[in-house]
Write a protein that binds this ligand. Structure first.
Ligand code: SAM
Length: 252
């Protein structure tokens, strides 16, 4: 059917692609990718022929021209598949401007969903999953990074960050300084790949573990929400009253 199809691709292991994603790639009239070479390679691995179709390069800042071409294909009643370099498009990846423009123009927008590093890390970390906040990449400048951490301090959920191995040490240090070094934190590295690692600790202990060489590979950092350690006197009082009340009801 005509419309825009966001296609998820693996975050490491090539076989982590859905059968439907392969169907969409096999049948779309137009295929666009953030990285045409890696998508071409993935299609080769899974035996999806490109045939005579066009494989266009698109990312949100590639300019209006590339987007206009894809929108024109949609207007001509074609199906357009879009994949970013890894994982779900739009999640710390391009595709947002394209999806928004397509939706505003009234075209069907759908997805062949698949792996994403954020959700994979959350599932493995052992931190609460009832509420979480995807914070993407922190700013690269220390002052801006600390200001952002300040904004995130009271978020009532697990914080999920993407980080590069080059910056992870600085990121742990700044988060520790703002959120407190004793906050529980988990570093997930190389998910779905050969050297997958989940390291649990606190912001301070993880920073300490890294004091040697910078880690290798791709990293998701998760940080527990703020825990209120101080219990107020009125809290204790009302808990006590409630307990006494239950007791007297039982005794009556
Ligand atoms: N769209 C992707 C997704 O859905 O997860 C994310 C793309 S973003 C440009 C790349 C970042 O995602 C990496 O720097 C890293 O923080 C995280 N990431 C991607 N693959 C990963 C993996 N296999 N293990 C750990 N983190 C990963």
């Amino acid at each position: 059917a005509p419309g825009l199809y966001f296609v998820a691709t693996p975050i490491g292991t090539a076989r982590d692609i859905t059968l439907r994603a392969l169907d969409v790639l096999a049948s779309a009239d137009v295929i666009a990718a953030e990285d045409t070479r890696s998508l071409r390679r993935l299609m080769e691995i899974h035996g999806v022929p490109l045939g005579g179709r066009r494989l266009l390069s698109y990312h949100d800042h590639s300019g209006g021209g590339a987007r206009a071409r894809l929108l024109a294909a949609l207007a001509a009643g074609q199906s357009v598949a879009y994949a970013s370099e890894a994982g779900m498009p739009l999640i710390a990846d391009p595709g947002y401007d394209l999806g928004r423009a397509a939706a505003e123009a009234g075209f069907m927008v759908t997805a062949a969903p698949g792996p994403s590093a954020a959700l994979t890390a959350l599932v493995l970390a052992g931190l609460p999953t009832d509420a979480f906040f995807f914070a993407g990449f922190l700013p690269s400048q220390a002052a801006a990074r600390r200001a952002r951490a300040e904004e995130l301090r009271e978020v009532p959920g697990t914080l999920v960050f993407y980080e590069s191995p080059k910056r992870i040490a600085a990121c742990l240090a700044d988060l520790g300084a703002v959120l407190g070094g004793d906050r529980e934190a988990v570093m997930c590295r190389e998910l779905t790949k050969k050297f997958e690692e989940v390291r649990r600790g606190t912001l301070a202990s993880l920073a300490g573990d890294l004091s040697g060489a910078a880690p290798k590979g791709e990293i998701v950092l998760l940080v527990d929400r703020a825990r209120s350690e101080t219990v107020s006197e009125t809290d204790i009082e009302s808990d006590l009253l409630a307990a006494l009340e239950t007791q007297s009801v039982r005794d009556a």
